[in-house]
Design a protein around this ligand. Structure first.
Ligand SMILES: [Zn+2]
Ligand SMILES: [Zn+2]
Ligand SMILES: [Zn+2]
Length: 1291
């Protein structure tokens, strides 16, 4: 193979054709490798230096390992053996470099300004994540810069030497002497370099050739080989002088292909004898035609350890006449001489080791013995007669295999020791103390600079020592440097940029890893308060605009999108998360970004960046496409509002209306309108708008949270006003809810009335009267519907449920209304005639107030309460004229009646008829027209007549009680047995009160002894008048429990006391007042102060009489005082003080009309009058405050009948006939300081401050308060189905 090859690897200085035949002359004149040292011109580069002529047949090179096939030298010409001609031409004709071609294929990358770097593709770098593009481009993967390559080639601390052999000047025994070829081939290969530290050789070869050496068959590199076309055409990366044209690279970018080339295929072949593995590592520059082949260390004959040991031994035990260093040299020279004697003089005699000369030069010990043993010299006794130890030389006969092997080994050892000695002598120079060493057997030349220059790592090419202090001190950047393919010592800002860009170019898949490392390095400077060089700053900025992110950024991006346990989505972003989920997360987050309008734009930018990063990271076309289309899109809130042409404070209903209108007007703009709506939905965080957008249906006000344990709202059903509040209230009453629950989904057939007989019916009374079959059916239907609603409130997942129409109708319309309606429409009602008579048959169990519905209604009645108190349901009172001293008072103070009640009549309540005030003959209040049988105008709602809330509640309670009647059990039961569900209503809501009517004064009392009336009633509501400002609940109740009424023209005192209090105390604040002058009902907006607790002790029948008397006296004074204040501040011309002031102003200034009486004196009088009124008011107010305080003092220790506020019903609006209703319920029993606000479909949590707030100046104020007896847990506000319980059961 090697025989006929043209001579390769001539020294690169120019001698092209040395004689092919071996010649001792040539060998005797070694070529000085110095001639090409430090020559960086590519045309001069080369690694071949050792004077060498291929041998005819090398005994040393183990010819059996070399293919004997003849090799056509021309076939190798373009492969491995790029000759000097090849690269000699480089300088003249730069490899067909074509700038036009380069410009076409490789787009100018955006960061080209920072450093010189070629071969990039913007498209590829921007789409680095695209695996198919990466596959198409087949980039060679991560590379390294020349300084790293020099480390890879051989230990960078070691110096490699080129070795030129000089045979010894020995001519004796020439017959046995090694031939010139044998001597030359003692060097393993012309491209082998000797390392003294290793006592071994390294094969290094570099070439400019676009054709790589033949790779090992089936070589499968981890990364593709660089683009050979490009390598062929490109200019060398590293050139001297000016670049002629086109782009250049700062330096080479080396890519490693380990064990890619078989050394045996080279010419001459390279074979490592040690392990039989001759595979060489291939390094290829991706941007030019330079490549490099390198072996590992080929071990020398003597192991490095043994060489070191021998040397140390000589140094430690020098001969007496030599310095330690001279001893080392002398020792090795002796070994060398022994080898030469054997090889060149054919010395075969034993060598006694005990002779003085040997002892002084070498000595004898285990190390020396091993050295000679490895060299083939056997240490043995001299002879049988002589026990002297001697070395027996090995057989080196060239004709025997053993001889051949030994010759080659000794020659190799000889050249290695010779090289070692020469290098050693160079290093120690003059300190030999007069010792004169041998003539050199080899010329050694330091090849470091040559090699460094060849691969582009020379300090002239890449300066060293520019590392900033901050980076020098930094720890933890090793990985960064390593990953970028450079060393810290070779750092310069530009080279770092180059390294980064080159890695991104050649290994796009890891772009983010490289950016992370680049950023870490730059950031290290910043952290150390060092300004990073401009190039690096520019590069980072440019790369950021190309959507580069660090791995830390990626974590941030992931959390910006809401991933992670502690973030919005609460899930980690792992492989299970699909693109669609990420897309939705992004879109949602983008919309929600507007919730913080000031930071919305910034946040959306972050989100877009995050999305882009994730799309890249996941190499997702879907995400990337969505990002391309949707990023930066979207209206700002301003544009959204402008698009819909609505003001920012528009309410949701209006917004939806406007939206629908705009879309109808301009269907082509529908998408744009929708986008505007979706932006507004997010700006305002409106669930209602979102649901409207997704379903096309306005869900109503759904701003409440729909947490599973939140109470559900009730959708508004027509104009059902307070009904939703009432239904929610019922739901919070635990016993009621539980009693009703079993009737949900009741079979309508069970309402069949055939189950009970007339006798059964007669055994039951509800509200003191018998009930009809029809009422029973109706009630069961009502309760069944109610139970179904309750079921929905407990189980429904929607934020609100809708009550059925039937339920609303049955709740709002009484059975009596219904019958009247039927009679009106059908003329007669025959179906219930029989039942109706039953009412007359049996005395009522309870007095009238409990009866429902109230038989008489006034058109002025309101849902907020009747304007009169039906106290006298059993007392017929007359309507007297009002005393002049009494200010215009609410009509309930003067309930007229056609009959005077007598005590005897208390027993006959059926005779009693409640009268309406409108019928009262009164001078000041002319009678209103009697109520028509059916008012269909002002008091009609969608279900007919409008009842006040207590009537509606009574109606509901009546039906619940009726539905719960137990006819089966009743047959055997005792009537008084009240343990079943049927007395639930009575038990929960009804108390007992005692009314006493007495003469107003003692004198009257004396005259009308007989007129003291007393009776007991059940009650479910306390109706408290609300008219005066500055009253608290006790004041209002006080008026209820002790009042003055007029009866038959006589003023009577009516006292009420409580005999029994129910668990649920319902206090209705009667806000409907009647203005006699206008004959109009109006709503009192007066604020009645109430707290969380009310103590009813003072109103009890059992209250301390002495305290009662004292309180009564104080109350009388307080009432008088308040009346006085009222006179001064109310009435036609009230308040008087300002009015008087105005009069005085007018009189004092007017000069148009001549008023003789209006002289100065009058003005003074009026002014003084004004002052008087003012001071009197002040005095009276102070007095009232003091009296009130005295009054409260009387009762301050009586706190047994404590009731806690649980429910508050609110009406908002200035009219008693319409407005908005909502309801507060305390979150009992667990969160008494928290309240729910039930506002139709919306249920929200509010603080108690809102509930107890002073509503002065507001039209939203309570019309009913419910208090619950302390300790009686009647209210369980939240009753929601917990799916967890179901799971627990299943487990
Ligand atoms: Zn080494
Ligand atoms: Zn290169
Ligand atoms: Zn590369």
């Amino acid at each position: 193979m090697t025989n006929n090859s043209p001579v390769p690897n001539r020294h690169p200085s120019g001698a092209r054709s040395p004689p092919p035949a071996a010649s001792r002359d040539v060998l005797s004149t070694p070529i000085a490798p110095t001639s090409f040292y430090a020559n960086t011109s590519p045309s001069r580069l080369g690694s071949s230096h050792t004077s060498y002529v291929p041998p005819e047949a090398s005994p040393f090179r183990e010819p059996e390992l070399v293919s004997e096939e003849p090799v056509d030298p021309h076939s190798l010409q373009d492969t491995v053996m790029s000759t000097t001609q090849d690269w000699g031409d480089v300088g003249d004709s730069p490899w067909g470099f074509n700038s036009e071609w380069a410009g076409k294929v490789w787009e100018a990358p955006s960061a080209q300004s920072v450093v010189e770097i070629d071969g990039r593709s913007d498209e590829e770098e921007l789409n680095w994540c695209d695996p198919s593009l990466r596959e198409k481009c087949a980039r060679p993967g991560p590379g390294v810069l020349p300084p790293v390559l020099s480390h890879l080639l051989h230990d960078s601390v070691h110096t490699l030497y080129s070795v030129s052999v000089k045979p010894p000047d020995i001519h004796s025994n020439a017959e046995w002497a090694p031939s010139a070829d044998e001597v030359r081939t003692a060097v393993p290969h012309p491209n082998a370099y000797y390392c003294k530290e290793h006592n071994g050789w390294v094969f290094l070869l570099w070439r400019f050739s676009s054709v790589l050496p033949p790779l090992v068959a089936n070589y499968a590199p981890e990364h593709p080989l660089p683009d050979m076309e490009r390598r062929k055409k490109a200019q060398p990366c590293v050139v001297e002088g000016e670049q002629t044209s086109g782009q250049v690279n700062m330096t080479h970018h080396w890519h490693r292909y380990p064990r890619a080339v078989d050394g045996k295929a080279l010419n001459p072949p390279f074979m490592q004898s040690s392990d039989g593995s001759d595979l060489l590592d291939l390094y290829v520059c991706c941007q030019c035609s330079l490549y490099c082949l390198a072996s590992g260390v080929v071990k020398g004959v003597l192991p490095r350890e043994l060489v070191d040991e021998f040397t140390r031994d000589k140094k430690a035990h020098p001969s007496p006449d030599k310095t330690p260093k001279a001893s080392i040299i002398a020792g090795w020279e002796t070994v060398l001489t022994i080898l030469e004697n054997r090889l060149f003089k054919n010395e075969v005699r034993f060598l006694p080791v005990t002779r003085p000369k040997f002892q002084s030069k070498v000595g004898w010990n285990e190390t020396v013995r091993r050295v000679f043993e490895i060299l083939g010299f056997r240490a043995d006794v001299f002879s049988e007669s002589n026990s002297e130890l001697a070395l027996h030389p090995p057989d080196t006969h060239p004709t025997t295999p053993e001889g051949k092997f030994n010759r080659a080994k000794l020659l190799r050892a000889w050249v290695e020791i010779a090289a070692w000695l020469e290098i050693y002598k160079k290093l120690i120079k003059d300190s030999l103390g007069g010792y004169i060493p041998f003539e050199p057997r080899a010329q050694v030349d330091n090849a470091r600079e040559m090699i460094q220059s060849a691969i582009g790592a020379h300090v002239n090419q890449i300066p060293r020592g520019l590392l900033p202090i901050s980076l020098e001190r930094a720890t933890g950047l090793d990985e960064a440097w390593h990953s970028l393919g450079m060393t810290p010592s070779s750092y310069s800002p530009k080279l770092l940029c180059f390294a980064y860009l080159a890695q991104c170019r050649c290994d796009p898949a890891n772009t983010m890893v490289y950016f992370t490392h680049l950023f870490n390095i730059v950031n290290t400077m910043i952290i150390s308060n060092e300004t990073p060089p401009q190039e690096l700053q520019t590069l980072i900025v440019e790369e950021r605009t190309r959507y580069r992110y660090t791995l830390d950024d990626l974590k941030e991006h992931v959390s910006v999108l809401g991933f992670g346990r502690d973030n919005d989505l609460g899930v980690d972003l792992d492989d299970d998360v699909d693109d669609e989920f990420i897309l939705q997360a992004w879109r949602t987050a983008r919309r929600r970004a507007w919730r913080d309008v000031s930071k919305g734009a910034e946040r959306r930018k972050d989100l877009d960046e995050a999305m882009r990063a994730l799309a890249d990271q996941r190499a997702s076309r879907v995400l990337r496409q969505a990002w391309e289309e949707e990023r930066g899109s979207g209206m700002t809130p301003d544009v959204a509002y402008n698009t819909l042409e609505v003001p920012r404070d528009v309410d949701e209903s209006m917004l939806i209306t406007v939206f629908l209108m705009r879309v109808e007007d301009q269907p082509s703009q529908a998408d744009r309108m929708r986008e505007a709506m979706s932006v507004i939905a997010e700006v305002t965080d409106s669930e209602r708008l979102r649901r409207f957008l997704s379903t096309g249906r306005d869900p109503g006000d759904t701003s409440s949270t729909t947490a599973p344990d939140m109470p559900r709202g009730l959708n508004q059903l027509g104009n059902t006003c307070y009904l939703n509040s009432l239904l929610q209230y019922f739901y919070t009453i635990r016993d009621l809810r539980e009693a009703v629950a079993p009737l949900a989904h009741a079979d309508t057939k069970s309402f069949d009335d055939s189950k009970f007989t007339d006798d059964d019916l007669k055994r039951h009374r509800v509200g003191g009267r018998l009930v009809t079959r029809r009422e029973i059916q109706r009630s069961k239907k009502f309760v069944s519907q109610l139970a179904e609603l309750f079921f929905n409130l407990e189980y429904c997942e929607d934020p609100a449920v809708t009550p059925s129409l039937d339920l609303a109708k049955l709740a709002l319309v009484t059975s009596q209304d219904e019958e009247e309606d039927d009679q009106r429409t059908n003329g007669t009602d025959s179906s219930n005639d029989t039942d109706a008579t039953l009412v007359e048959d049996v005395p009522m169990r309870a007095p009238q107030e409990r009866s429902s519905p109230s038989p008489v209604k006034s058109p002025a009645d309101s849902v907020l309460g009747k304007r009169h108190r039906e106290f006298g349901s059993s007392m017929d009172v007359d309507s007297p004229s009002e005393p002049a001293s009494v200010p215009p008072s609410p009509p309930r103070d003067s309930i007229p009646a056609s009959q005077v009640a007598s005590s005897s009549k208390l027993k006959e309540p059926e005779d009693v008829e409640m009268q309406d005030v409108s019928r009262a003959p009164s001078a000041k209040a002319p009678p209103l027209p009697p109520r028509k049988p059916r008012q269909v105008d002002d008091s009609v709602m969608m279900f007919g007549r409008q009842h006040d809330v207590s009537e509606c509640m009574d109606n509901c309670m009546f039906q619940i009680e009726t539905a719960l009647l137990d006819f089966q059990q009743e047959k055997a039961a005792v009537e008084d047995d009240k343990t079943t569900a049927e007395d639930l209503i009575l038990r929960l809501f009804y108390g007992k009160k005692r009314q006493r009517l007495t003469a107003l004064s003692a004198a009257d009392d004396a005259r009308h002894q007989s007129s003291i009336h007393e009776k007991e009633d059940l009650f479910s509501h306390l109706h408290v008048n609300v008219s005066e400002e500055g009253y608290d609940l006790y004041d209002s109740l006080g008026r209820y429990f002790d009042d003055v009424v007029e009866l038959d023209g006589q003023k009577k005192r009516m006292e009420v006391s409580l005999v029994d209090l129910p668990p649920l105390l319902q206090i209705q604040l009667q806000r409907v007042q009647f203005n006699r002058e206008t004959q109009q009902a109006y709503k009192s907006q007066a604020y009645v102060k109430f707290g969380e607790t009310v103590y009813m002790d003072r109103f009890l029948e059992s209250a301390d009489p002495e305290k009662k008397a004292r309180a009564k006296a104080i109350q009388a004074d307080l009432n008088a005082s308040r009346d006085h204040i009222q006179r001064l501040t109310e009435g036609n011309h009230a308040p008087f003080a300002p009015a008087l002031g105005n009069v005085a102003d007018f009189l004092g200034k007017q000069d148009i009309v001549d008023l003789p009486e209006a002289d100065g004196e009058l003005v003074v009088t009026v002014r003084s009058e004004q002052d008087l009124v003012v001071s009197e008011l002040e005095k009276e107010r102070a007095n009232a405050v003091q009296l009130k305080s005295q009054l409260e003092d009387v009762w301050k220790d009586n706190r047994d009948a404590a009731y806690e506020l649980t429910s508050v019903f609110i009406h908002r609006g200035s009219s008693p006939s319409w407005g908005h209703y909502f309801f507060y319920s305390r979150n009992l029993p667990d969160h008494p300081d928290s309240w729910f606000k039930y506002n139709d479909s919306s249920v929200t949590v509010v603080s108690k401050d809102e509930v107890l707030a002073d509503t002065t100046g507001s039209t939203a104020n309570p019309y009913m308060l419910v208090f619950t007896r302390k300790g009686y847990e009647a209210i369980q506000t939240v009753k929601r189905f917990d799916p967890q319980t179901l799971q627990d059961m299943q487990e």
